[in-house]
Ligand binder design. Sequence first.
Ligand SMILES: Cc1cc2nc3c(=O)[nH]c(=O)nc-3n(C[C@H](O)[C@H](O)[C@H](O)COP(=O)(O)OP(=O)(O)OC[C@H]3O[C@@H](n4cnc5c(N)ncnc54)[C@H](O)[C@@H]3O)c2cc1C
Ligand SMILES: *[C@@H]1O[C@H](CO)[C@@H](O)[C@H](O)[C@H]1NC(C)=O
Ligand SMILES: *[C@@H]1O[C@H](CO)[C@@H](O)[C@H](O)[C@H]1NC(C)=O
Ligand SMILES: *[C@@H]1O[C@H](CO)[C@@H](O)[C@H](O)[C@H]1NC(C)=O
Ligand SMILES: *[C@@H]1O[C@H](CO)[C@@H](O)[C@H](O)[C@H]1NC(C)=O
Ligand SMILES: *[C@@H]1O[C@H](CO)[C@@H](O)[C@H](O)[C@H]1NC(C)=O
Ligand SMILES: *[C@@H]1O[C@H](CO)[C@@H](O)[C@H](O)[C@H]1NC(C)=O
Ligand SMILES: *[C@@H]1O[C@H](CO)[C@@H](O)[C@H](O)[C@H]1NC(C)=O
Ligand SMILES: *[C@@H]1O[C@H](CO)[C@@H](O)[C@H](O)[C@H]1NC(C)=O
Length: 597
Amino acid sequence: MIASLLPWVFASAFVLPSLGKLYHNPSKLVNTTYDYIIVGAGAAGAVVAARLSEDPRISVLLVEAGISNEGIVPATIPLLSLSLTPNTILDWNFTTTPQPGLNNRAISYPRGRVLGGSTSVNYMVYMRGSAEDFDRYASVTGDSGWNWKNMQQYAKKNEKLVAPADSHNMTGEYIPSLHSTSGAISVSLSGNPTPLDSRVIATTQEFSSEFPFNPDLVGGNILGIGWAFASIDNGTRSSSATGYLSPAYGRPNLDIVINAQATKLEETGNFGTIPSFRRVLVAENAGARHEIILSSGAFGTPALLQLSGIGDSTELRAVGVAPVVHNPSVGKNMSDHALLPNVWNVNNPDTYDSIFRNPDLFNASMAQWINNRTGAFASNIANQIGWMRLPESASIFRTVPDPAAGPNSSHFEMIFGNFWLNPTTPAPPAGNFMSITIALISPTSRGSVQISSSNPFIKPLVDPKFLSTNFDIFTLVESVKISKRFLTAKAWKGYVRSGVGELETVKTDAEIEAYVRKVTNTIWHPVGTAMMSAKGASYGVVDPDLKVKGVDGLRVIDGSVLPFVPNAHTQGPIYLIAERGADLIKKDFQAAICLTC
Ligand SMILES: Cc1cc2nc3c(=O)[nH]c(=O)nc-3n(C[C@H](O)[C@H](O)[C@H](O)COP(=O)(O)OP(=O)(O)OC[C@H]3O[C@@H](n4cnc5c(N)ncnc54)[C@H](O)[C@@H]3O)c2cc1C
Ligand SMILES: *[C@@H]1O[C@H](CO)[C@@H](O)[C@H](O)[C@H]1NC(C)=O
Ligand SMILES: *[C@@H]1O[C@H](CO)[C@@H](O)[C@H](O)[C@H]1NC(C)=O
Ligand SMILES: *[C@@H]1O[C@H](CO)[C@@H](O)[C@H](O)[C@H]1NC(C)=O
Ligand SMILES: *[C@@H]1O[C@H](CO)[C@@H](O)[C@H](O)[C@H]1NC(C)=O
Ligand SMILES: *[C@@H]1O[C@H](CO)[C@@H](O)[C@H](O)[C@H]1NC(C)=O
Ligand SMILES: *[C@@H]1O[C@H](CO)[C@@H](O)[C@H](O)[C@H]1NC(C)=O
Ligand SMILES: *[C@@H]1O[C@H](CO)[C@@H](O)[C@H](O)[C@H]1NC(C)=O
Ligand SMILES: *[C@@H]1O[C@H](CO)[C@@H](O)[C@H](O)[C@H]1NC(C)=O
């Protein structure tokens, strides 16, 4: 297994270039007051720190609980992302509460704990969501600034399209006009061909009405199957640490401190009748003249709000936290993409399973990557992905309104992996595999994140409530039948041998449901735990400008604010949210200094 081949990689001698000055210990910080303090250096926090510090008048402190990404070689090698979590030095090591919808299994739930946050450990699939996702964010918040059209200026600042690692001709795999070449995160098409490529594409031709080819999955029209993009630059991971923080290192107005877990936000007075929170506890206290920005992710952000007395008063009192602001939405309404790994035995030794299991092949792939950043290690988990809807005639729609963001948004995703793509069950010692791993894109289950103690070092309870609704289980059951239908195309004849485990034998809906509940997991896309809602709404945690409701001096900018999980792997949409969030802050800063100028 891959894990057994990795220790030497972690211990290996190669060191990446040093990237500028960081404080490794919060007690070494010289300054105590900044204009803005950002808590968490993940997808969103790194964007906000980099964009705010572009303005030399603005002083910024970026606080990160985890370690530096520098020198962690496996985190730079795309295919080795599979080894970075769970339960490593780069992970917070969350575990969910027992999930009744998953036969009471409690599952491990990784989150990056390193500069770059989860973008330093993720699988790098890059999308932005459907146009309808953003139009829905705009309509539920009453702020047209979140609509797809307006967000394109931020997509431009985020994406830098680059050549794939193998420099192949990209014609037919994307629509150039939908991409930006001037943003911060390098994005590329697959850098290593696999035996699935021609077969997946041939299936979109043979079964073009059920499985249409989508010429570009990034441009907002996401339905259909197409070539996947990844945040990879010349065979190397592009994360918020490499893409946003690296260019900002060394700016005199930006301090970055690592190994610094913020434990609480403190009330520092009030603004009219509402409390101000401009102090953050990170070993030494640090104060913000303007604002504190919480970018601690969908688990860290609600936990820190609750630890600071912002949440459901009754629930806070029950764990010994004195309530300051009663807001029962904090930590609620978590939505996530459940993951159903469907794996088949295949008749071809050329799958990644061979590399992960055979030390000679592993070393040869490593040597090739070191030599010129090509080969299997230069690619991520999937060269094609597909975004699918249930048929309009599906029986579930007689009782449940369609939860998708709109008619051009999906209910589930198909991820085509040239190997055993089941992150939680190790591959067997022999065999070659392909996967059609399904992500449930429009779940109706809603979960929660809740502290169970006033001790910030005790992890919050994470309860995604996976498969707790009829719609969710219905959709995954149908996705199994649809995936099997996909493999009846001519292209798979002689390639696919048989489904692994119960996948091969399940026939009735009840049998398929039992299989789904036994193997379903997560693809780690939690959002919604500090959701935005319209100003004055009876629920929600932040206003459309991302300011915390009922509080002065505090914003949330990260995945927590998304009210619905998007039609995308979540880094892209969160990058866009953060770009706009930084813009909103810069506008407020300009307005504030002009009052006194
Ligand atoms: C294993 C895995 C695979 C994934 N694969 C993909 C993929 O292929 N494509 C994709 O688009 N998305 C993927 N994702 C999801 C994507 O990476 C996340 O949605 C995104 O990074 C979330 O951004 P964020 O800013 O909200 O939080 P994060 O990126 O998680 O950042 C939060 C940061 O805050 C820090 N922090 C938390 N609490 C504190 C505190 N109290 N004090 C100081 N710092 C704190 C954390 O250490 C972390 O650095 C994956 C995620 C995981 C875990
Ligand atoms: C997660 O687990 C790994 C392995 O046991 C450990 O090294 C790491 O410190 C843990 N992370 C946290 C935040 O506890
Ligand atoms: C890429 O392929 C297309 C279509 O086959 C062709 O028109 C184009 O010239 C090729 N580009 C390069 C750089 O070879
Ligand atoms: C820290 O304070 C010094 C002295 O006032 C100042 O020059 C420097 O820019 C400050 N650093 C930051 C990141 O604000
Ligand atoms: C969850 O979100 C829905 C809207 O999608 C809202 O009606 C409900 O009040 C929210 N629940 C909480 C506890 O905030
Ligand atoms: C693979 O490379 C590592 C590190 O160089 C070495 O220790 C190991 O012996 C190699 N294994 C094989 C099978 O060559
Ligand atoms: C990269 O190196 C490998 C050998 O390690 C070689 O086979 C391949 O052709 C090289 N590719 C490029 C683009 O140089
Ligand atoms: C990609 O990386 C290799 C190995 O470091 C290097 O030789 C090559 O010049 C790089 N290519 C580009 C386009 O940066
Ligand atoms: C859905 O997308 C298609 C193709 O882009 C477009 O023609 C159609 O108008 C869209 N439908 C809606 C309801 O937006």
